[in-house]
Design a protein around this ligand. Structure first.
Ligand SMILES: NC(=O)C1=CN([C@@H]2O[C@H](COP(=O)(O)OP(=O)(O)OC[C@H]3O[C@@H](n4cnc5c(N)ncnc54)[C@H](O)[C@@H]3O)[C@@H](O)[C@H]2O)C=CC1
Ligand SMILES: O=C(O)[C@@H]1CCC=N1
Length: 273
């Protein structure tokens, strides 16, 4: 899509952090025409931010639904029912794309009007830089065309995978929450550099580039086990194995797995499961 005027006309119920990241990512890819997009929020400062991106901004969710057919639900999970209320009093048949953590398709379907189709997606904030990792599952009324629409939207800003709905809470633990864990790792890697004498800005740049480069190695070598890639860095009796030994003693891998499980459990709790 090379021209904004060819872009999708999309609506956003909620214009917070995640909606902004998605909108900025879609704008970077010329996927949406901002003049044809609408966003609602209860916060004037958030409407100002989204308005500055060129979207039509309003306090009124009904106005978003009136002007658009494909609508991203980007409010906090406990506000999903309230924000979807206007779908009950419209004749239009909307596709609602919920990104709310934990909120199940059956809950979403109970919140919307009879003509509304629902898809549940779990993306993450790196959609802002075209590198999201999203999972999605279709509601009962969603069509194959809806599936293609959702795939096209999220694949344009990274990786999109269809998964059975029961796995979306685990996708939340890995993809949705994962960037926070990786930021912590980058901070810690950089702090380790500073501890050992590197200037802060050099340590920050090197640490981020190490994570970027290592992720690229994994993605570009899909047939090589990640442990094998790691072993290629660990010279016998060398520096790396001394470091990986320290990480194992700190239960690094078990701790990360526990973090993913904690986030997955929390998503289930938020969805009432
Ligand atoms: N932040 C993240 O990294 C990710 C968040 N999500 C999901 O995205 C959703 C939004 O999360 P964030 O953007 O982080 O939260 P946020 O708090 O930044 O954004 C939510 C926005 O909804 C607005 N709002 C509240 N009531 C509303 C209503 N009735 N109508 C319209 N807008 C209303 C708030 O003023 C706020 O701007 C959540 O459901 C979260 O689970 C999913 C993946 C990643
Ligand atoms: O922390 C949260 O609940 C949201 C969902 C996934 C990422 N942020």
């Amino acid at each position: 899509m090379g021209d904004k005027s060819d872009g999708l006309r999309m609506g956003f119920l909620g214009g917070g952090m995640m909606a902004e990241a998605l909108v900025r990512g879609l704008l970077n890819k010329d996927m949406i025409d901002p003049a044809q997009c609408w966003v609602s929020d209860v916060s004037q400062p958030r409407l100002d931010v989204m308005g500055a991106l060129g979207l039509n901004a309003t306090f009124d969710g009904e106005e978003v639904l009136r002007h658009t057919d494909i609508v991203v639900l980007a409010v906090k999970p406990d506000t999903a029912a309230t924000a979807l209320e206007p779908t009950r009093s419209t004749d239009k048949a909307h596709l609602i794309i919920s990104i709310c953590a934990g909120v199940t398709l059956s809950s979403l379907e109970s919140f919307v009007g009879p003509k509304t189709r629902v898809v549940r997606v779990m993306p993450n904030t790196p959609c802002l830089v075209g590198a999201t990792a999203a999972g999605y599952a279709l509601g009962a009324k969603a069509s194959q065309q809806d599936s293609q629409t959702v795939d096209r939207i999220f694949a344009s800003v990274g990786l999109a995978r269809a998964v059975p709905e029961k796995l979306l809470d685990a996708v939340t633990g890995v993809s949705g929450s994962g960037p926070a864990y990786v930021y912590m790792f980058i901070e810690a890697l950089a702090d380790g550099g500073v501890l050992n004498g590197l200037p802060r800005d050099t340590a920050r740049a090197l640490a981020a580039q190490v994570v970027y480069g290592t992720a690229k190695m994994v993605l570009e070598n899909p047939d090589t086990h990640v442990g094998e890639l790691r072993n290629r860095v660990e010279s016998p009796g060398g520096t790396t194995i001394a470091g990986t030994n320290a990480l194992e003693q700190g239960q690094f891998r078990g701790t990360v797995m526990n973090a993913v499980s904690a986030a997955t459990t929390r998503a289930k709790e938020m969805g009432g499961n």
